[in-house]
Design a protein around this ligand. Structure first.
Ligand code: GLT
Ligand code: MN
Ligand code: MN
Length: 397
């Protein structure tokens, strides 16, 4: 296999907090036009392989580990075997989630299905999955509303659906409190696929929704690179807004070409520049969360290719992280950034630059004269800054 032959500065280690889902490395390569091309890798084997590659943890949906129709004793055996693999390797389970999309029962959504029985079943299934997550030590619970949407708006009023969605999340927050679990929810947006349109389609929509919940402090975001790019948005802007609001509870890293189906490509493989600015943002903020890869190997691959994919995902992150350090230490880049900060002669943090309102400040501003002809003439040197960034990324700086 493909395991790292040599150790170097980009060799993943548990302290880097890289995680994968059972469903990501275990993805058998099924697509809408073709059958699976690889056998599903048993969970215990995934755990051992990820540990060997230097990952910190493994995440799961309820049914990635326990099949839908498993008996209670079968469930207990599967969980026991999985825990034994975790204990043997030291791998953790930082995040858990519920599969609310595969079962035909969820064809009209789970929490927003028009069928009240489905809405109740979705709550039951999620409570059981929360119990499983808590048993495995997970402290983050991802909610991806994969089928919470429509093909036709004739089917339901989105306001009704959002009301049901809100009630479900309120219920689940109280369930977590009632059980004393140390668990926070991270909501994941996606604009479409598998539904024609999915409710709360972007990270920004989700963020606004959180503040309408009964326990907004328990609920944050799990933005995914591919999902924001499918909507044609700049991913790092959504992540920045989540960070600034203290709502970045988790992140799904992968790669994607804008405007396509959800490709879930290896992190950084399609838009290395976007990935660089994302890593710069996360590392600059010293964000303490898990770097989770929600992606899978190309359908062309066999199991060796799966581990190449997993290793490559982590390695690319670490290479980009090293490039960020270099960006922060590059004298020419830093000089340009310094000039921007000092623009207007002030520099950051000068009290007179603050825009907090006071009568006096308003009067001062009204009386100020600006040298607009000079402001209008002056460029920003972003061409130079971006070219320097590109040269750094392309390895010639
Ligand atoms: C599914 C989806 C992902 C979600 C996973 C969590 S499941 O693979 O495509 O974006 O994060 O439910
Ligand atoms: Mn995806
Ligand atoms: Mn995801």
């Amino acid at each position: 296999m493909s395991a790292p032959a040599t150790q170097d500065a980009y060799t993943p280690r548990p302290e880097h907090h890289f995680t994968f889902g059972l469903w990501t490395v275990g993805n058998p390569g099924r697509d809408p036009f073709g059958e699976p091309v690889r056998p599903i890798i048993p969970p215990a084997r995934v755990v051992h392989k990820l540990a060997e590659l230097g990952a910190y943890g493994v995440n799961l949906h309820d049914n990635d580990l326990v099949p839908r129709d498993a008996s209670p004793s079968e469930r207990d055996r599967l969980v026991r075997e999985f825990k034994a693999a975790l204990d043997a390797t030291g791998l953790r389970v930082p995040m858990a989630t519920t599969n609310l999309f595969s079962d035909p029962a969820f064809r009209d959504g789970a929490f927003t299905s028009n069928d009240a029985r489905v809405r109740s079943y979705a709550l039951q299934k999620t409570m059981a999955a929360l119990d499983l997550g808590a048993e495995l030590g997970a402290t983050t619970y991802v909610c991806w509303g994969g089928r919470e949407g429509v093909e036709t708006n004739a089917a339901k009023d989105p306001r009704t659906a959002l009301g049901w969605y809100r009630e479900a999340l309120n219920f689940l927050c109280e369930y977590v409190q009632s059980r004393g679990y140390d668990m926070r929810f991270a909501l994941e947006a996606k604009p479409n696929e598998p539904r024609g349109d999915i409710f709360l389609p972007t990270t920004g929509h989700m963020l606004a929704f959180i503040y309408t919940l009964d326990h907004p402090e328990m609920v944050g975001l799990n933005p995914e690179v591919a999902h924001e790019q499918m909507a044609g948005l700049d991913f790092s802007h959504g992540v920045a807004q989540a960070l600034e609001a203290g709502k970045l509870f988790h992140i799904d890293l992968n790669g994607q070409k804008p405007g396509r189906f959800d490709q879930d490509l290896r992190f950084g493989s399609d838009d290395p520049k976007g990935a660089f600015f994302l890593v710069k943002l996360l590392e600059g903020a010293r964000w303490p969360g898990m770097r989770h890869f929600d992606s899978h190997a190309y359908r062309t691959e066999d199991e060796d290719g799966v581990w190449d994919f997993a290793h490559g995902s982590m390695r690319t992150y670490l290479i980009l992280k090293a490039r960020v350090t270099r960006f922060n230490e590059d004298p020419e880049i830093q000089q340009l950034l310094g000039e921007l900060r000092d623009r207007g002669g002030g520099g950051r943090g000068r009290p007179a630059d603050r825009v907090a309102f006071s009568e006096e400040r308003a009067r001062q501003l009204m009386a100020e004269t600006f040298d607009l002809p000079s402001i209008r003439r002056q460029g920003y040197a972003y061409e130079r800054l971006d070219q320097l960034t590109m040269e750094l990324l392309l390895g010639v700086r």
